[in-house]
Design a binder for this molecule. Structure first.
Ligand SMILES: [Zn+2]
Length: 498
């Protein structure tokens, strides 16, 4: 990700140095269960408005919510992957607020006894280091519906609003970080690592554009060297990691400017406006007492036996941080290469399978992140559906390593292997593409030299750059199969010894 710098004014830079930002993130991730958290309605994105609803998620009187077991499993797995302590006893609470997107007028959430607490993740930074950021808590809750404002993207300025309850009751995990983050870059790195972990677990697709991952930023500034937190502001409505960085940079400058010009910071919720690249005031921030939390009477407490937690822990995959570390330590890849390979779990698995078959890790990195990734991007295909299997890529790299074919020939074969699959060795045999050396090469060179007496004469008279011409002729004669080093050596012997 590109680091964003918004300010070049030296006076501003000095102010930036005098203040320290204190940042925490609240991330809502939609769990990709097939059905909603408390009813059997589908969670599929993109259905016709108000198609996936029932009396439970519409909040009709007299209905009872039933917890989806998959939601609990996913939340616990996320908690474990984030190094949290899992609560053996946890419960749901009602969070009261009145808004048209919430048909019950309360949201079922978790208040004082969340499912997981006291975790951390290690966010990798662009300079190759990483920063440990604490996780305060992780809890389960239901999503609200979606308001569509006619004629405007906000309530203000619209003629009327429509509500779609398909999203009502879709399971969410809210993950709250400690205020450990000190820069826009660290915030984006934290959010990206969190997304990576959730995608590795297969519990959230992490699509920010579709809203399945939503990040709210809490941010304040304080004079460097002081311990007391400044007044914090919440920023919402950023739908990319880049937008998170820009919103934070903007807000740091805005708060410092307010404080140094004698103003104060109001505790409020602000919206990031992508069009104007600034944050605007949305509403005064509610305190938790405004929500009048109380225990949800329709759902029993969640009591988790230690064996269940241990079983779910045993099902966790190796996580991106562990993979990056292993690639650096055991495969001698650099932080950049390790980071790219560990970004997607399926790509990492493909890479590891090729390496396990005996290929050189650096070579595999080059092929996977070069031509193969380009092909996948072009065809919008997943690496798991690639006709070129890891075993066959290992075979292809083996043919280069043992000198059977040149790297150039391998590249030429790649399009066919990527689309048709099959054994590279069989293909090389069928097309007669093995490297040409020894007697056959010697014969080809003799023919080339005999066919160009004038060039031979000129070369011997001192026109050295004609050497490349002869190499080219040999390659042409052998259809690119001539062994490069041997061609050079043999040509020199023939040309330099008349
Ligand atoms: Zn429903």
């Amino acid at each position: 990700m590109t680091a964003i710098r918004t300010e070049t004014n030296p006076e501003r830079t000095d102010l930036r140095r005098a203040y320290e930002p204190v940042i925490g993130l609240e991330v809502h991730c939609q769990l990709n269960t097939a059905t909603k958290i408390f009813c059997a309605c589908s969670t599929a994105f993109g259905a016709a408005p108000n198609e996936n609803v029932c009396p439970v998620c519409l909040g009709m009187p007299g209905v009872l919510p039933v917890l989806n077991a998959k939601v609990l499993e996913y939340a616990v797995k996320a908690g474990l992957a984030l190094n949290c302590q899992i609560a053996p006893y946890s419960k749901f609470d009602r969070k009261q607020y009145f808004y048209p997107d919430l048909p019950k007028n309360y949201q079922i959430s978790q208040y004082d006894l969340p499912i997981a607490e006291h975790g951390w993740l290690e966010a990798p930074l662009s300079d190759g280091t990483s920063k440990r950021i604490g996780i305060t808590r992780l809890h389960m809750e239901e999503d609200a519906g979606k308001l569509v404002h006619a004629g405007s993207d906000r309530l203000a300025g619209s003629s009327h609003s429509l509500v779609d309850y398909n999203r009502t009751g879709v399971p969410l995990c809210e993950i709250v970080s400690e205020p450990d983050i000190r820069s826009a870059e660290e915030a984006a790195a934290y959010a990206q690592e969190l997304r990576r972990i959730l995608r590795y677990l297969g519990i959230c697709d992490g699509n920010m554009q579709e809203g399945s991952l939503r990040c709210d930023v809490n941010i304040s500034v304080r004079p460097v060297g002081t311990a007391k937190f400044g007044t914090k502001v919440e920023i919402k409505n950023m739908n990319s990691f880049n937008a998170i960085q820009r919103a934070i940079e903007y807000e740091i400058d805005r708060q410092i400017e307010a404080l140094t010009s004698g103003g104060t910071i109001v505790q409020e919720t602000r919206l990031w406006e992508e069009n104007s690249q600034r944050t605007v005031s949305m509403r005064k921030k509610e305190g938790s007492s405004d929500y009048r939390y109380f225990p949800e009477p329709d759902l029993g407490p969640i009591v988790l036996p230690a064996e269940t937690i241990a079983h779910w822990r045993s099902e966790l995959p190796e996580l991106p941080a562990a993979k990056r570390c292993r690639y650096k330590r055991d495969l001698e890849l650099n932080p950049y290469e390790s980071g790219l390979l560990a970004e997607e779990r399926d790509v990492a698995t493909y890479f590891e399978t090729v390496v396990a078959a005996g290929a050189d890790p650096k070579q595999v990195f080059n092929w996977v992140m070069g031509d193969i990734t380009a092909h996948l991007n072009e065809t919008r295909a997943a690496i798991t559906d690639l006709p070129l299997t890891p075993a066959h890529l290992a075979e292809l790299l083996g043919l280069i390593a043992d000198g059977t074919i040149s790297g150039k020939i391998a590249k030429e074969l790649l399009p066919e292997l990527l689309t048709q699959g099959g054994s590279p060795e069989a293909l090389v045999k069928a097309k007669n593409l093995t490297v040409l050396g020894g007697d056959a090469l010697q014969a080809a060179i003799a023919e080339v030299v005999a066919a160009h007496p004038r060039e031979v004469e000129q070369y011997r008279a001192g026109k050295n750059k004609l050497f490349g011409f002869f190499v080219g002729q040999v390659m042409k004669k052998t259809q690119g199969r001539a062994a490069p080093q041997e061609t050079n050596d043999l040509l020199r012997t023939v040309l330099d010894n008349p």
